[in-house]
Write a protein that binds this ligand. Structure first.
Ligand SMILES: CC(C)(COP(=O)(O)OP(=O)(O)OC[C@H]1O[C@@H](n2cnc3c(N)ncnc32)[C@H](O)[C@@H]1OP(=O)(O)O)[C@@H](O)C(=O)NCCC(=O)NCCS
Length: 170
């Protein structure tokens, strides 16, 4: 398996992760997002087939988005020096594994590779957290991979904001 960045001349083949929005995004929107500099997409290829894909974009965790108790926890991660109203992050914009590869640890493995790649990039632009708007059904998957819910403010919505602290890589 190999991870390749989506480019304009990449030929997209069939992909089905069981979620039509995520399927359509890859086929119809991902190249547009690339050209507009909204999100970069990466494809996990297995012998010419698309096994999974994910998107990345810049983000921040802001004081106004989250509850006091969680903000205190975030602030406690920065015990010394000036406190800020937001902290730089990278967002996983989309994350999907093909139904053919589901439940075989492919998603967890891909998240591990992603964290390692982002960790190696730390000398470029600084960021502290990885964020994701997790589908409710995918929350156990992200929890299993070290992500925690960021706020109670989005309870009842169809996605929950979760984050991973890059300091856990040290
Ligand atoms: C969520 C998803 C990325 C997980 O990928 P995967 O390769 O199947 O996951 P892994 O095999 O690495 O891990 C499976 C674990 O995740 C959890 N999990 C995965 N899919 C789940 C689902 N649909 N519902 C509930 N839990 C799920 C389980 O806790 C499972 O743990 P277990 O192996 O101990 O039982 C994949 O199911 C998927 O693409 N789903 C559809 C799209 C989606 O929800 N994307 C996330 C958008 S935020």
């Amino acid at each position: 398996m190999k991870i390749v960045p989506l480019t304009h001349d990449y030929t997209l083949t069939n992909f089905d992760c069981g979620d039509s929005d995520l399927n359509e995004f890859l086929m119809e929107d991902a190249k547009h997002f690339l050209s507009k500099r909204i999100a970069n997409t990466f494809i996990l290829e297995d012998d010419g087939r698309i096994a999974a894909y994910f998107c990345l974009l810049n983000d921040k965790i802001s004081r106004i988005e989250i509850t006091n108790s969680r903000w205190k926890k975030i602030k406690d991660s920065f015990p010394e020096g000036k406190q800020f109203r937001s902290y730089p992050s990278i967002k996983i914009g989309r994350f999907a594994v093909s139904v053919d590869y589901r439940g075989q640890n492919v998603g967890s493995w891909l998240l591990d590779i992603l964290k390692e790649r982002l960790y190696m990039m730390q000398s470029q632009s600084a960021f502290r957290f990885i964020t994701v708007d997790a589908y409710l059904s995918a929350i156990p998957f992200y929890q299993k991979n070290g992500f925690v819910e960021l706020t109670q403010k989005d309870e009842g919505e169809y996605t929950r904001l979760m984050y991973f602290d890059m300091m856990e890589m040290e």
